[in-house]
Every structure is written in C-alpha cells, then in structure tokens.
Design a protein around this ligand. Structure first.
Ligand SMILES: [Zn+2]
Length: 186
C-alpha cells in the first residue's frame, strides 16, 4: 500500500513502478523491464555526483559551486543512512534534495537507499554500499535493517575512493535528525 504522503513535485515527474512508487533516478531500469530497486545505475550515479543532482528526482542543486575535491551547495543537501553513517558520513547514494529526502524517509528509506543492505568489510562501512565495476546489488532483503535512520543535512560533499570503490563523503553535518518507522524520533 502506498502511504498517503504527497510525492514532491519533481519526484512526481519520475516514472512509477507497479506499486505506484516513483522510481528514483539512480535506480537501474533496463529498457522495457521493471526497475531494479536494489541496483544502482552507475552512469546515473556519476551524473548525480558530478553534475550535482538529486539522486531521486535528478534536479540540479541550486547555488552549487565546485571545489578542489567536491562541491559546496548553498541550500544544503540531504543524506539518509544507518547509525554508523551519522559518524562516518560515507554513502553510496548521491545526495538528495530536501523534498525528496523527507518523502523517502517518511514513506520508505529504501526508496532512497536502493541497495542499502549491501555491506562489506569492516564494520565502519556498515550502512554504506560499495560499487563493483558495473552495478551495486543488494545482498538480500533478509539482512537486518537498522532500527532507526539518520537524516542529515550537509553543505556539500566530496568523493572518496575507498578499497577501489567510490563513495560520497558528506561534509560535516549542519543538522542531524533521527527517524524510525516514518516518524521523527529525535
Ligand atoms: Zn530531489
């Protein structure tokens, strides 16, 4: 069932899946097939990160300027992750605009985190996904989900190469909220 939460304007322009959910821009969708929610399209990933676009609606962030290692974004950008992401600020998903991030965390954090469950290596990377050469695939839906999610606003991000993977490192948080089951808890 689709919760009765209004889909933000730009996200509402995205195609829908069979359930009625908007299909995030970064989710891989082979031509003529159903979207592969657990799989991130790496071309779309690159577009979002380098052109400073929202991972869900693909809208360009206003007021973004490039820096030597990444970008600064005047209005701030949003990230959703598990508890460890609040500390390490590392994400596989590119940043989101506020409207999309708030929609995703209320309706389904997995919209924003299509391959959230993919974890690997040291615990420090729990809650981030890694990018093999072509696609990032979810391990299994049965992997335990965190009890709560963080929603962070950052003034931009940089790209980090970690163990051969590219991850998005959010700049230090301007604000951090905690959510569980679609409700803000802290
Ligand atoms: Zn957006």
């Amino acid at each position: 069932m689709i919760p009765s939460i209004k889909i933000p304007t730009y996200l509402a322009r995205r195609p829908r899946d069979a359930r009625g959910y908007p299909i995030p821009y970064v989710v891989q969708q082979p031509r003529g097939e159903a979207p592969r929610f657990p799989v991130v399209d790496l071309d779309a990933w690159r577009v979002c990160v380098t052109q400073r676009r929202c991972a869900l609606c693909a809208r360009e962030f206003r007021g973004a300027i490039s820096t030597i290692d990444g970008c600064l974004i005047t209005e701030g950008v949003y990230f959703i992750g598990g508890p460890i992401c609040a500390d390490n600020r590392l994400f596989f998903d590119p940043a989101m605009c506020e409207a999309c991030a708030r929609y995703a965390i209320r309706v389904c954090p997995y919209l924003a985190l299509p391959s959230y469950n993919r974890t690997r290596g040291p615990e420090a990377f729990e809650g981030t996904r890694h990018a093999p050469s072509q696609v990032v695939e979810v391990a299994s839906a049965s992997v335990k989900r965190p009890a709560r999610f963080m929603l962070g606003r950052a003034p931009g991000y940089t790209v980090r190469h970690i163990n051969g993977d590219k991850l998005v490192l959010a700049r230090p948080w301007l604000e951090l909220e905690w959510w569980a089951c679609g409700e803000r808890v802290e």
